[in-house]
Design a protein around this ligand. Structure first.
Ligand code: GLA
Length: 778
């Protein structure tokens, strides 16, 4: 609900209130953002001011009490005494930069409008409402339009801003963020998510008592270095208790958030496009649209904040045919054979995959031009490598379809190799600076998507590929960070527009293809998670979370994503061991357990796999299909995140829960483990059971001699023969319990192996062991 009267603005969602007002001087003062309040007299929220402190700049002679430096503001600029992070910065025609935005008008719109040129949230049911407040710069007449959309059910408010050059002269925007939000205290905990290739989404907490903390990317993408998502919370907020505000940005380029504590003990958060190497010239009458920021508040800890974000992303960001459609289980050829394949080897892999229950076969990189390594051919999408695929894409697609599998393809449309036909024809289409040495990144360059001709060409080239008969899926990769920022298409004075114009070009390319081929499932990828953001998720319902498929690494990576993104958005594959990124060996059931808490796929050479592993894969897929809807679209709970990691997913009707427990390292003598549950219906009874597994005798090494009638040499012929026929039974967990018991007490599990004996009551739980448990409403 939006209450607005031109003086006070109150935005209520189901459980939260956001309020601001127009001060006598015209600026918008932020009043409150937190738990829902029903306030008829909002002036009680006002800060009281009598005299501005010494050494501050006061707003004007009539207002000696007012220093903008100490007011919580809805927007901010420089030049009028607010020394904190501005939201907007300009260079005016006369060279000055001072802005003074004051209230002009407002309107309430009964929907969620689209943003010009940028992806944004939407509301199919038209329940969302939008408040637009127009501010006017007192001196130049520029307009700043602040938009607030409310999504009541998921307790989300989105904010964006538009700068309109309603002056007579041109102006240069040198910073145009989407929002600022001011808190009335210091000491807030800022949590952001950092990493690199194969190490995405490591959570980092900083309690900010003074100074400034910046979380920003300059790779040209939203970046694996630091995701745009971050949280502000009380220092003692926990998973289930305390205040937390989550922030995300619907943008795939360079982002920026600065959290800053002022000398007067207030914390400002400023958020939007990274102003580094950014400027944008607006002629009279032109406008600039900043991307949409998404914010949510929970008074009940991180869990509820994540659930709000998950609901919002599923319902208001992802769209199209695959929004809520169960995602197919795929096998991807990359880690199975890298560049080294032919249609014969692919079909051979597809056949075994089909037998295990896989539904979609994806041919990764290496199918076009002379692409036998990563040094050449990007751009040559019209030249299928006939040595590898004599029947072309269509021929292979048919063979795969004939096996009863969907067919999918890898592409990297934004890139070009110097060694490619496309580059030889259009060297001017690559981003580089003429006459200068170029930095390298995976031997490839970015295409200049600032140039509409390049985008048009790519739409055409990709349309040909997407139109391959029998194609159902595309993996859209992007493997290069920006360097040598320069567009030969733009004049010198617009070169600081390159990174944002590239993103706009990328969105036009992606949007056009998504609209033209609505049934193709698109999966985003950027060397794994180098472009994992809400902008990309407007077009790709799922993104390859990381090139790291190691189950232990994935615990951290997927745990990180889970704060902001629902599990239907990140894909996870079971791969071979030793793992190709870490050389770690983990049990295949653990690889499956972790991967099934994202969108499950396989990426290994099943033709070389042991019969035992093939049997495991078959059983895994059968199980996954049974619980797929819950696993992909249920509510995600983080329950433990230490040496033991526990995640649980509960379907929206609270009928079914699937829970995963994984151990990083075995602790000798630690006998008992409890599994916690959350989100079940307190008043119902559930059948609780564990997945029953059998274990390879060889996992017990030469302990076999403690029970064998004859001596067995470890790894000897006899040991191997016995292991083939004798399996060690796993423990079983099976009983009925009430929802409130499971939610509040949890379940005490069978004892772990402690070195003194083994039978069916004992959990065999080595390093990296994992278990799956189920609760089904009776
Ligand atoms: C990137 C992707 C991988 C794979 C390769 C192919 O690294 O993240 O999954 O597709 O490119 O070159």
């Amino acid at each position: 609900m939006i209450k607005a009267d031109g003086k006070v603005f109150i935005l209520n969602t189901k459980n939260t209130t956001y309020a601001f007002r127009v001060m006598e001087t015209g600026q918008l003062e932020h009043l409150y953002y937190g738990r829902l309040i029903h306030e008829d007299e909002p002036s009680v929220l006002n800060e009281k001011r009598a005299f501005a402190p010494g050494n501050t700049v006061t707003y004007n002679p009539e207002h000696p009490e007012l220093t903008l430096e100490d007011v919580r503001l809805e927007t901010s600029a420089i030049g009028k005494g607010d020394f904190r992070e501005p939201m907007v910065e300009v260079i005016c025609a006369d060279g000055s930069s001072t802005l003074d935005f004051v209230y002009d008008s407002y309107q309430v719109i009964n929907c969620k409008p689209e943003l010009q040129g940028l992806p944004s949230s939407y509301d199919e049911d038209d329940n969302a409402k939008t408040l637009e407040v127009t501010l006017k710069d007192k001196n130049h007449g520029f307009k700043l339009i602040l938009s607030y959309s409310i999504f009541e059910e998921c307790d989300v408010i989105t904010r964006s801003a538009r700068f309109v050059n309603s002056s007579e002269e041109s102006v240069k925007l040198t910073r145009m963020l989407s929002m600022v939000l001011d808190y009335d205290k210091p000491g807030m905990k800022i949590t952001s998510f950092h990493g690199s290739w194969t190490r995405e989404m490591n959570k980092a907490d900083v309690v900010l008592t003074a100074g400034k903390l910046v979380n920003s990317s300059f790779t040209g993408t939203s970046s694996n270095r630091c995701n745009p998502f971050f949280m502000v919370s009380e220092a003692d907020t926990t998973e289930t208790d305390g205040d937390v505000w989550g922030f995300n940005l619907v943008y795939s380029g360079n982002h920026y958030s600065a959290s800053e504590v002022s000398p007067w003990g207030k914390t400002r958060v400023a958020y939007g496009i990274n102003p580094q190497n950014f400027s944008w010239t607006l002629e009279a009458g032109e406008e600039f649209q900043a991307p949409e920021a998404v914010i949510t508040y929970s008074g009940d800890g991180y869990r509820q904040m994540s659930l709000n974000m998950h609901d919002f992303v599923r319902e208001h960001i992802t769209r199209g045919t695959w929004k809520y459609k169960e995602r197919p289980i795929l096998i991807n050829s990359w880690e199975a054979s890298y560049f080294d394949f032919t249609d014969k080897s692919l079909v051979k892999l597809a056949k075994v995959a089909k037998d295990t229950g896989v539904e979609l076969f994806v041919m990764d990189d290496g199918w076009f031009g002379e692409r036998n390594d990563d040094k050449r051919a990007l751009g040559d999408w019209d030249i299928v490598n006939k040595k590898k695929l004599p029947g072309g894409l269509e021929g292979l697609a048919k063979k795969i379809n004939d096996l009863g599998l969907m067919f999918g393809l890898w592409v990297e449309p934004e890139m070009i190799n110097v060694d490619s036909e496309l580059y030889r024809k259009h060297p001017d289409w690559a981003i580089d600076i003429p006459g200068m040495d170029h930095a390298e990144g995976r031997n490839q360059r970015l295409l200049d998507l600032c140039n509409p001709e390049v985008v048009d060409y790519m739409i055409e080239a990709m349309s040909e590929v997407f139109a391959t008969p029998g194609l159902s899926y595309i993996k859209w990769d992007m493997n290069r960070n920006f360097s040598d920022y320069y567009s030969k298409y733009l004049p010198a004075e617009k070169q600081q527009e390159v990174s944002h114009r590239y993103v706009l070009g990328f969105y036009r390319l992606l949007r056009t293809l998504a609209e033209k081929f609505p049934d193709i499932l698109m999966e985003g990828c950027a060397s794994g998670g180098n472009r994992f953001d809400l902008g990309a998720l407007c077009y790709y319902p799922q993104i390859w979370a990381s090139d790291n498929t190691d189950a232990v690494s994935r615990l951290t990576i997927q745990n990180g994503y889970s704060y902001a993104y629902p599990q239907s958005t990140y894909t996870a594959h079971v791969s071979a061991c030793p793992n190709h990124q870490t050389l770690r060996v983990t049990p295949i059931e653990s690889r499956f357990a972790v991967a099934s808490f994202g969108v499950l796929g396989y990426e290994l050479n099943l033709n070389d796999a042991k019969a035992e592993d093939i049997a495991s894969v078959k059983a895994q897929i059968e199980l996954y299909k049974k619980y797929r809807k819950t696993l992909q679209f249920g509510d995600f709970y983080r329950l433990k995140n230490g040496n033991i990691v526990e995640w649980s997913i509960v379907d929206k009707n609270k009928n079914t829960a699937v829970t995963m427990l994984m151990q990083r390292e075995i602790m000798a003598g630690e006998q008992y483990l409890r599994i916690d549950q959350a989100g079940l219906d307190n008043d119902s009874k559930y059948h609780f059971f564990g997945r029953k597994l059998e274990y390879n005798l060889k996992g017990f090494g030469d302990l076999v001699n403690t029970v064998a009638p004859v001596h067995i040499k470890q790894d000897g012929v006899l040991h191997n023969v016995i292991a083939k026929f004798v399996k060690m039974p796993g423990e079983s967990e099976d009983f009925v319990a009430s929802g409130d018991t499971l939610n509040n007490v949890g379940v005490k599990l069978a004892q772990s192996f402690v070195g003194t004996g083994y039978n069916e009551q004992v959990r065999y739980f080595p390093d990296f062991g994992a278990r799956l448990y189920f609760a089904e409403k009776i």
